[in-house]
Design a protein around this ligand. Structure first.
Ligand SMILES: [Zn+2]
Length: 306
């Protein structure tokens, strides 16, 4: 049986796993990213853990390599100026992993890794053209066309979250105003809720989970916050269909699970805004990846898809 390592590097923790070709996670652990002042020190530690674990398991397994998911990771193998990692400059991460594990390594940003994970292990198996949207703190996206993730010239294609949706709208972390993710993400929902109750958005503004609970219990303002989020997202997805023509769209992340409050109204506004030739053809579906496993499955999946 073939196995690969999945390494998901976050600002706080780095998750490490060993995954079979069938998407079963047979080992997982995590280490504190912030304990390593230099990226190579972290890579050396991860490689040591992987070597120990792989030597313990049956020698019938073939280790194919390491897939890495990291913020701002690009397909050329480097992390460039990731705002939530302490390491500065351009880090040749895939190369460092190859040096210390002695096996191939492939780096992707989190959203592209999760999109490939959907294709290898999730509901997009056999689907060659689809959009994958993660609704978390921000809005991440991966575009798959002809069975391949679209990276673009510099590797940064698929930044749907940073398409300007409202001119002079909400301030975005990217330094501009009105980006889609400032409306359609867990943070965006919280900002909308704060606006509706005429409060300044702050750390104390209700969590997206609490807003969901309120919506379920019939709170009209919470319901309205979801309705606004869904309306904007449905329109944005309909627009993205015009230049990608996907077979399906997958939504991933805590917010996506708010079924009747998000998925159903998103579908409604999506259909309403689609160009006629696409109407009633493109399902908007929840991701088939379990949230707890998605980061490791996503990170490792390009190794199996290579
Ligand atoms: Zn932005």
């Amino acid at each position: 049986m073939k196995i690969a390592a999945g390494v998901d590097i976050g600002g706080t923790n780095t998750a490490i796993g060993i995954i079979t070709e069938y998407g079963e996670i047979i080992f997982q652990t995590s280490i504190a990213t912030t304990s390593y002042l230099e990226p190579e020190e972290l890579v050396i530690q991860v490689a040591k853990i992987l070597k120990e674990e792989i030597s313990k398991i049956n020698s019938l397994f073939t280790f194919l390599g390491t897939g890495i998911g990291a913020p701002n990771g690009n397909f050329k193998g480097s992390i460039e100026f990731a705002p939530n990692l302490k390491w500065k400059g351009i880090i040749p991460l895939a190369q460092l992993f190859e040096k210390h594990t002695g096996a191939p390594a492939i780096l992707n940003n989190d959203a592209n890794a999760a999109a490939i994970g959907e294709m290898v292990f999730g509901k997009a198996r056999g689907i060659n053209d689809f959009l994958f949207i993660t609704l978390g703190t921000g809005l991440g996206s991966g575009i798959v066309a002809n069975g391949k993730v679209i990276y673009g010239n510099d590797g940064f294609a698929g930044e749907l979250g940073h398409t300007i949706t409202f001119k002079d709208g909400r301030a975005c972390n990217c330094g501009r105003f009105g980006c889609l993710e400032t409306y359609c993400s867990a943070t965006g929902l919280r900002r909308t809720y704060a606006e509706l109750i005429r409060e300044d958005f702050s750390e104390n503004t209700l969590s997206s989970e609490s807003i969901f609970q309120k919506a379920i219990s019939g709170d009209e303002v919470a319901g309205e916050a979801f309705r606004i989020t869904a309306e904007i997202l449905g329109l944005a997805l309909a627009n993205s269909v015009a230049y990608t023509s996907p077979k399906a769209i997958f939504l991933f992340g805590g917010l996506a699970n708010a079924g009747e409050f998000l998925l159903n109204p998103v579908k409604e506004h999506f259909e309403k805004n689609l160009l006629n030739i696409y109407k009633n053809k493109i399902p908007v579906l929840l991701s088939g990846l379990k949230e707890a496993d998605a980061a490791l499955l996503g990170a490792s999946s390009p190794i199996f898809n290579n």
